[in-house]
Design a protein around this ligand. Structure first.
Ligand SMILES: [Zn+2]
Length: 329
């Protein structure tokens, strides 16, 4: 083995943690600079850990049980590099500031992993049907399964009226209680990609001057929609060229089909079949990315080889070649 198995921790195994139902949470607004601070309304009744015991939940293999601490929602200011409350114990008590917390790798998982052809998986799960609203990426080490880093931005639509945006965001994120953080942080798609490129360069995953695909890494998405359809559509709306790092990807559903010989229609099916409980809020992009990353970890632990499944033709960008014979259609 050419790589070290880092961070093999032994954690207390408390079964009750994984038999809780984790309800959508409401994100408590952040304190802002003084003028806006007066808008802060504390939601005394909103708990970040609204959990209840569900005796009917499937039993979870011991290797999947993690920390004994109660589950906490991520601080979505922190994920975007904008948390100003890292010194506040009450805030730290309510919100998670450690992205690897829900994605810890146990000894049992890591000793079954097979050698991969890529070094990193970039798990991506876009949100937004009309325009992209959220761009979350988790960088997973393909050999140790650890979370190396993450990139997360809320995205402000560029072709929508202010009124329409407000309605759209309330409908989409209001139910999770994260509409406020969205409004506080969202930036245009063009700016998101500019920052994302700096992040890729920092991790030596891509070079602006070289162009081309990602270096030793590939995006992992649940389905082809994110990179086949949505990103090119958004690039058109945002009047930009499709960046070269979006030319190929891994559709996890195709890998899942070929490895387990079972069709999975989506993330929820895969998680159910693998007995992985949902963590966080379904359709909050950052939480979905974490859950997809947990499916990736589980498949790696089962010995799956996770490889590129789709590639765009560089001479004719509309054409996508699918590399697996058996695939989800
Ligand atoms: Zn925070």
């Amino acid at each position: 083995m050419a790589f070290a198995r880092a961070r093999l921790t032994t954690l207390p195994m408390i079964p009750s943690l994984f038999s809780v139902t984790l309800k959508p949470f409401l994100h408590i607004p952040h304190p802002l600079p003084p003028p806006m601070r007066s808008l802060f309304i504390p939601f005394a009744s909103l708990s970040a850990s609204q959990t209840h015991h569900d005796p009917s939940a499937p039993s979870v293999p011991s290797y999947l049980r993690k920390s004994s601490q109660p589950w906490k929602p991520m601080c979505l200011y922190y994920t975007q590099g904008k948390c100003t409350m890292m010194e506040d114990p009450t805030h730290l008590e309510k919100f998670n500031h450690d992205c690897s917390r829900d994605l810890q790798v146990t000894n049992y998982m890591s000793h079954r992993i097979c050698s991969q052809n890529l070094d990193y998986f970039l798990v991506l799960d876009l949100e937004g049907k009309i325009e992209i609203l959220e761009f979350p990426v988790l960088m997973i080490d393909a050999n140790t399964m650890d979370v190396v880093d993450f990139f997360h931005r809320f995205v402000r639509p560029s072709e929508m009226s202010e009124k329409r945006i407000n309605e759209y965001i309330e409908g989409k994120y209001g139910k999770f209680g994260v509409d406020r953080v969205w409004h506080d942080t969202a930036i245009p798609f063009k700016d998101v990609l500019q920052q994302f490129e700096a992040w890729l360069i920092q991790h030596q995953l891509w070079g602006e001057e070289l162009g081309g695909c990602l270096n030793r890494a590939a995006f992992v998405t649940c389905g082809n929609w994110d990179l086949k359809t949505k990103v090119p559509e958004q690039c058109k709306v945002s009047r930009m060229k499709l960046p070269s790092y979006f030319m190929e990807w891994i559709n996890l559903k195709d890998v899942y089909l070929n490895f387990y010989k079972r069709r999975a229609t989506g993330m929820m099916t895969m998680m159910k079949e693998l007995h992985l409980p949902l963590l966080g809020s379904h359709h909050l992009g950052f939480d979905d990315s974490k859950n997809i990353a947990r499916v990736v970890q589980h498949m790696l632990a089962d010995g799956a080889l996770i490889e590129i499944t789709a590639r765009r033709n560089p001479d004719s960008l509309e054409k996508v070649e699918f590399l697996f014979k058996n695939r989800i259609r």
